[in-house]
Design a protein around this ligand. Structure first.
Ligand code: CAA
Length: 284
């Protein structure tokens, strides 16, 4: 099994920045790529803030925090990932941009490098097929917020080698996560269950004529959820939820996967949840 020393992360939005934080905390030299260096630096600042909070709360030593921060290099250039042993992609959740990126990575990265996608609802097999090394392409599906959620699904696409699965699982374990391996089916394990469940919850808003507050109160107190469905969709991003639901509906034709009209309208209106300041709730 090839040793992983350096990790590239592409896309430093909520998921990518969380993954980069895990990589530097686990001791990997990490290259984070954003569209511009300025966006990359903003993500690095957010990561630095979360690590400072861990120091303030006694969860991390100052020296370890500073060393971790120094392990992150941000760049606007894809070529800067040429020497990475493992690249984890966390860009927009759309097939064609991901396939174009993987074709480019296939050209830039060493032939033995492993390429991982954080896709939550697209086919890893279709993404891998854009490269000449599908045996080295694997799914590494993190959950939002990545530094706090304990699970990673390691996904075996049609041609993924056992070796690549081992590498991804070992890195996930070094990130401190519980790793569950599965095959490349629509939604893998968690989203196969969670997306239709959240859609059901959102339909109940209209059917039972309850407010988001009341629905969230019901599920947190009546079902033991750590946060209510409306707060969760706001956290994940209304646009991300709609995209994932549409992708799963397209692949499964299961009507429960289709996003309810209400959240599609919210997405179209730019009510994206926490990241836009307004979704089911409003945020400062
Ligand atoms: N990155 C790094 N650190 C973060 C962070 C982030 N994004 N968000 C919060 N933190 C840190 C903060 O420093 C925070 O401490 P301070 O507020 O003191 O600074 C610390 O973590 C703890 O935060 P909270 O007090 O908010 O933690 P909590 O105990 O309330 O738990 C939670 C928060 C883990 C999110 C919990 O509410 C939970 O488990 N919610 C359910 C989340 C869930 O189901 N996620 C899955 C979404 S589905 C998905 O991701 C799949 C997909 O493909 C779309």
């Amino acid at each position: 099994m090839p040793e992983i020393r350096s990790i590239g992360v592409i896309g430093l939005g909520a998921m990518g920045a969380g993954i980069a934080q895990l990589a530097i905390e686990a001791g990997y030299e990490t290259v984070g790529r954003e569209v511009t260096v300025e966006l990359g630096q903003a993500a690095a600042d957010r990561i630095g803030h979360f690590l400072t909070r861990k120091v303030e709360k006694g969860q991390l030593e100052q020296g370890h925090r500073d060393a971790a921060v120094h392990r992150l290099m941000v760049t606007g250039e894809l070529e800067a990932l040429a020497d990475c042993d493992l690249v984890i992609e966390a860009i927009v959740e759309e097939l064609e941009p991901k396939r174009a990126l993987f074709a480019e990575l296939d050209r830039i990265c060493r032939p033995d490098a492993i390429l991982a996608t954080n896709t939550s609802a697209l086919s890893v097999t279709e993404i891998a097929a854009a490269t000449t090394r599908p045996e080295r392409v694997v799914g590494m599906h993190f959950f939002n917020p990545a530094p706090l959620m304990p699970l990673i699904e390691v996904v075996q696409a049609e041609l993924t080698s056992d070796d690549a699965m081992e590498v991804a699982a070992a890195v996930g374990a070094r990130f401190g996560k519980e790793v569950v391996r599965c095959h490349d089916t629509p939604g893998f394990i968690v989203n196969r269950v969670l997306i239709p469940l959240l859609n059901d919850c959102l339909r109940v808003l209209d059917e039972a004529r309850v407010t988001p507050e009341a629905l969230d109160l019901a599920l947190t107190n009546g079902a033991g959820w750590p946060m209510g469905p409306c707060a969760l969709v706001d956290l994940v991003g209304i646009d991300v939820h709609v995209h994932a639901a549409e992708a799963l509906y397209a692949r499964s034709r299961d009507p429960r996967m289709a996003p309810p009209a209400r959240v599609v309208s919210m997405k179209d209106a730019g009510l994206l949840g926490r990241k836009s300041g307004r979704g089911f709730y409003t945020y400062d």
